[in-house]
Design a protein around this ligand. Sequence first.
Ligand code: TXA
Ligand code: MG
Length: 315
Amino acid sequence: MARETAASDARDIAAAVEVLRGGGLVLMPTETVYGLAADARNPKAVAALYAAKGRPSFNPLIAHVADLATARKLARFDHRAEQLAQRFWPGPLTLVAPVLDRFAVCDLARAGLETVAVRAPAHPVAQRLLHAFGGVLVAPSANRSGRPSPTTLADAIEETGDFAGAALEGGACTIGVESSVVGLLDAALWLRAGGLPRAEIEALIGPLQEAGADAKRTPGRLALHYAPNAPVRLDARAPRPGEAFLSFGEGPETEPLRFSLSEAGDVVEAAQRLFAALRAADRLNPIAIAVAPIPTTGLGEAINDRLRRAAGHIG
Ligand code: TXA
Ligand code: MG
């Protein structure tokens, strides 16, 4: 596998397109987290993708498209979906809607559901890849199933690089947590807190309903997820001996195992740093990773969701 260190250029994109056309997998940067991409039409490629991640095949994938025009061919977008896509795409928002084209996103990629999750990523490298490929790419986060998502190419390569035929450099992800997922079926459902705050979505289309525990609606919501090797202890005011500490706001100055999520107490910055900090703390093999309390406003909802899952608490 060719690993690019400088930002990916047209030649790297062309090589990645060849890999995808041949049924291979490509590490792709997005503004949220790095993804492991495959041709959404190709069941063999999608099967290889599930295998690379060790992901259960009942957990469907997100179809990545260049733009809204492509999304409209895949899924039946109602008025609310149109409004959301027009306002927030390209960006960290995934819309789940009834499937229209069952071949463009194969059954395996949808886990056999009658719905499909679609997102247009904003990252310029992802956009260039989608345009050059000229089709739809399914791309789960590039971590092995149950592990923290990668937010740099190095972390993505550490997770699933062995399975990728090409890897595109796109720098550190600017958002750092996965896209928010909204279902637009009969009701408008809040399926996953993520990189677009719930309040911004509700300001446009009104209140979202909680998805609850309905496995058909929320196939990905396994309790243990995003987990490092070390146990995670939440709402910690300070670390105990042997613990690594993820601080928020001003923390103890001299603590050697401390990783700051945001000195300024900014949840946007904390989201950017979250997964890299969990990984860095985990590499020290601490007794546990203690995490300071994080506000639940804005991106804080997604951060707290990922942390609860990393700690093994049911979201
Ligand atoms: O930011 C992101 O969304 C990243 C980047 C790479 O784009 N991708 C990502 O994919 O997070 P993944 O596979 O790790 O998470 C996809 C989530 C899962 O929770 C899955 O259950 C949900 O989307 N999902 C996919 N299709 C669905 C559907 N038809 N109905 C409900 N949830 C669905
Ligand atoms: Mg994931």
